[in-house]
Write a protein that binds this ligand. Structure first.
Ligand code: TYD
Length: 213
């Protein structure tokens, strides 16, 4: 039987480069003849698809208004998507595949618990039973730089892609770090302001050091 695969998560605010780094890390593992599985949250499944539509403002109420759930309602949606996703993640790991995930529960904690609506502890409770990462890399990038990158992308922005919101979420990533690490293991912050190849090199060498991959 194959040894269990590792579960690696990339986190950061919108525009921090989690998608690019997840792809590069997956390619790196595969390039070393390791079996990888690249995935993301919100997932590409039906729940994830609905969440993405809601995040971009494409979902409408019966009255034709933009559907704007509260952060607690969003949190439940993300948790449902994640609990289904977790079963697939565990399955992949059992087959010996290393799972690289673009965002995971730290996004729910940092994004959804930044206001009075829901606490970090409650977010964790709601997600009870989700797969536990082996390591999480948090890409640290200044909000101005993230906004510059997002601007250059030209795709439809999510509800969070605003300066004041990204600043609050950025602060919350720092604030929730201790509680995250207590529940979900080691988190390493990487300087995401560097060129993508540099960021990738740093992540690859940290992965070799901490997980011998
Ligand atoms: P996406 O377009 O995938 O952003 P990115 O490519 O930058 O990752 O949209 C995901 C958005 O969903 C992003 O704004 C972060 C947010 N999000 C949450 O608020 N909570 C969560 O639990 C997750 C997984 C994502």
């Amino acid at each position: 039987m194959a040894a269990e695969g590792r579960f690696i998560v990339l986190e950061g605010i919108d525009g921090a480069g989690t998608t690019t780094q997840a792809q590069m890390l997956h390619d790196h593992l595969v390039g070393r003849s390791l079996s990888g599985w690249l995935t993301r949250e919100p997932t590409d499944g039906p729940l994830g698809g609905f969440i993405r539509d809601a995040l971009s403002g494409a979902v409408r109420t019966a009255e034709g208004e933009r559907f704007a759930p509260s952060e607690s309602a969003f949190c439940l949606l993300f948790a449902a998507d994640r609990l289904e996703h977790s079963r697939v993640i565990e399955d992949m790991r059992a087959q010996g595949r290393h799972v690289v995930c673009d965002r995971y529960i730290m996004s729910s904690i940092a994004y959804q618990s930044r206001g009075p609506d829901i606490s970090a502890e409650r977010v964790i409770e709601i997600n009870h039973g989700c797969a536990r990462p082996d390591i999480t890399f948090l890409l640290g990038v200044r909000v101005e730089e993230c906004l510059r990158r997002l601007d250059g992308r030209g795709d439809s922005p999510t509800i969070y892609e605003k300066k004041d919101l990204l600043e609050a979420i950025n602060r919350n990533y720092g604030a929730v770090r201790p509680v995250y690490e207590r529940h979900f293991g080691q988190l390493i912050e990487v300087d995401g302001m560097q060129a993508p190849e540099k960021v990738h090199e740093e992540i690859a060498s940290l992965l070799a050091r901490h997980l011998q991959l």
